[in-house]
Write a protein that binds this ligand. Sequence first.
Ligand code: MLT
Length: 245
Amino acid sequence: MKLFVYHTPELTPTDTVPDCAIAVDVLRATTTIVTALAAGAEAVQAFSDLEKLLQASEAWPAERRIRVGERGGQTVAGFDMGNSPFDCTPERVGGRRIFMSTTNGTRSLQRVEMAKTVLAAALINRQAVVQHLQAHQPNTVWIVGSGWEGSYSLEDTVCAGAIAHSLLSHPEDINQLAGNDETVAAIALYQQYQDNLLSLLHQASHGKRLLKLDRHEDLKYCAQTDLLDVLPVQRELGVLVSHRN
Ligand code: MLT
């Protein structure tokens, strides 16, 4: 298995697809997707375009759908929810399809949707992702950070490092596992912050943006590792469900 970390979707190769692509948006899209599926959502359907989301969701009865729209960390007017994982309670999302569009995370998912297997990862389901990779041993794995409008994000890279670090049986295995320099750097970042990931999220530019929006509890929640044993997998283009082994 070779791991390739890409800091943003724009940096992924355009001439090939991996066996397995893992979209990461710790603050907050993939954390919210994992939480929603754990709370019983029927599926999460990702859109990079708000208008296309509204059109597609019209086909669903209002009582069986939730429209999640976030831009700049805030709820888009006219949508049912923003992108806080705390909104995804069983009472609100249970049995419903979540139609989601966020600033960055849903663009990552769209960028990699042609891969054989597409997963969504965050710190809260790191172990579920690692177990899947260990069981299925895909030859090439892309871990794609969402970043912020094309820029690097600390939180997505540290999550990539958390996944890669868990796949190392021995430190010297890094030469076998890492397919690019970004993977080695991500592991080093995780090793530096693994005992205090919240401090890294507070340093992250998007973490600071969310703190200005009083989303302190969101950062605490998003910084937890291995909280939920839920693995979002793409069942059809853009539609993520909870993987059943
Ligand atoms: C994103 O898509 O970049 C994030 O999920 C934005 C957010 O909800 O804070």
